[in-house]
Design a protein around this ligand. Structure first.
Ligand SMILES: [Zn+2]
Ligand SMILES: [Zn+2]
Length: 375
């Protein structure tokens, strides 16, 4: 029944695109940190503050609400009032455009501005800060956090499609913690509302609802990285399995990158100690002269021991694509690119945009077997 199958896919795609423009998304803010106290202030709009479901204050511009975690719960006050202790606090935006700021006080971190509502709870004694906002309003912030403030409009469109695809694909990633995505690189970085380049909003809006899909019309994993070093990675170079659309792409667009070639040197003694710790007995000479110019998954392909990614992480290397040379005293890693190398190469994509390629050209260059679903 091919007709029915096609309409099923069509309906599913339609549903997802409708979802993306109408859907809210909840982001766990300052996810990586254990925040003990913070200040909430309103930037724009109108907010009501509720504690355990009861309205306790109207938030006015210029008022700062101090919130701290105690054994008894969340204690909230401003300069004029102590509001009490609660299990849950909610700042709800009630005008059409609501923007707030959260400033962690202990530990002291850079504030984040965002739109929508904010809910604070304390599961297992630790503050959880959850920001709920429209998905399309969340995207410019993550596009700026992941793509910087000085890229070309077409590049921002490509990054917006990828960020939306990621959000739809991973919508339930943190469901067990009561939100959708975190604001850390574990999901995609969200430093708050985009602030440095208005073009990011425009580019995101021009791709509203669009995402990348496999043959079944569902959003797929669309990884990206800073710089591929000349050729992107195969899924199985980094992960356990292959994906038909994550195949090596020869990338001539990032060949001026500062990360195209890099080198790091350590002492031979450090390398010997490391290999010993990783279970290499007798230290075969091959582990000192990996001269294969291509990407490889394991340091020793024979025994499939020790992944290049593990070495990258352990020695803080820019990528897992490198070869090794040793002399009597030192071991040098000669590598290419920055990041895992899968999917879209950001430096290459930025150059394509500058050269006049459209965001569709860019996406299809790096993800050749995928479809761009438009509303
Ligand atoms: Zn996450
Ligand atoms: Zn590249």
């Amino acid at each position: 029944m091919p007709y029915l199958r096609i309409s099923g896919i069509f309906l599913f795609s339609l549903l997802l695109t409708l979802l993306s423009s109408a859907t809210d998304i909840s982001i766990g803010l300052f996810y990586r940190y254990n925040i003990e106290s913070m200040v909430f202030s309103m930037v724009e709009g109108e907010y009501l503050l509720s504690g355990d479901g009861n309205r306790i204050a109207v938030v006015r511009k210029g008022t700062m609400f101090h919130i701290s975690c105690t054994d008894a719960g969340l204690v909230v006050h401003d300069t004029a009032h102590d509001y009490g202790t609660f299990n849950e606090l909610e700042f709800k935006g009630i005008s059409s455009n609501n923007i707030f700021q959260v400033k962690p006080v202990f530990p002291s971190l850079r504030p984040k501005e965002s739109e929508g509502d904010l809910r604070l709870t304390m599961p297992q004694g630790r503050l959880r800060i959850v920001n709920t906002l429209n998905l399309e309003k969340y995207l410019p912030g993550t596009v700026e956090s992941e793509g910087g403030a000085n890229a070309h409009p077409e590049y921002y469109k490509a990054q917006a499609v990828i960020a939306r695809t990621f959000a739809l694909k991973n919508y339930h990633r943190h469901a067990h913690e009561g939100f959708n995505l975190c604001d850390d690189v574990h999901c995609q970085a969200y430093n708050g509302k985009s602030r440095f380049n208005k073009q990011i909003y425009k580019s995101t809006r021009l791709t509203e609802g669009e995402y990348l899909a496999g043959p079944d019309g569902k959003p797929v994993v669309t990884p990206y990285h800073a710089s591929c070093g000349g050729i992107t990675a195969r899924a199985s170079d980094v992960w356990n399995n292959d994906l038909p659309y994550l195949k090596p792409v020869k990338d001539p667009f990032c060949n001026h990158s500062a990360h195209l070639n890099w080198k790091k040197t350590i002492s031979l003694a450090e390398w010997n100690a490391y290999l010993g710790k990783k279970g290499f007995i007798g230290n075969p000479a091959a582990l000192y002269t990996v001269s294969d110019p291509g990407r490889r998954k394991h340091l020793d392909p024979e025994t499939r021991k020790l992944t290049m990614t593990a070495i990258r992480n352990d020695f803080g290397l820019k990528s897992s694509w490198f070869y090794i040379k040793a002399d009597a005293h030192e071991v040098s890693f000669y590598g290419h690119g920055y990041g895992h190398g899968l999917g879209l190469c950001q430096e290459g994509a930025m150059e394509m945009a500058r050269m006049g390629y459209t965001y569709v050209d860019i996406l299809m260059f790096y993800f050749s077997n995928l479809k761009l679903i438009k509303p």
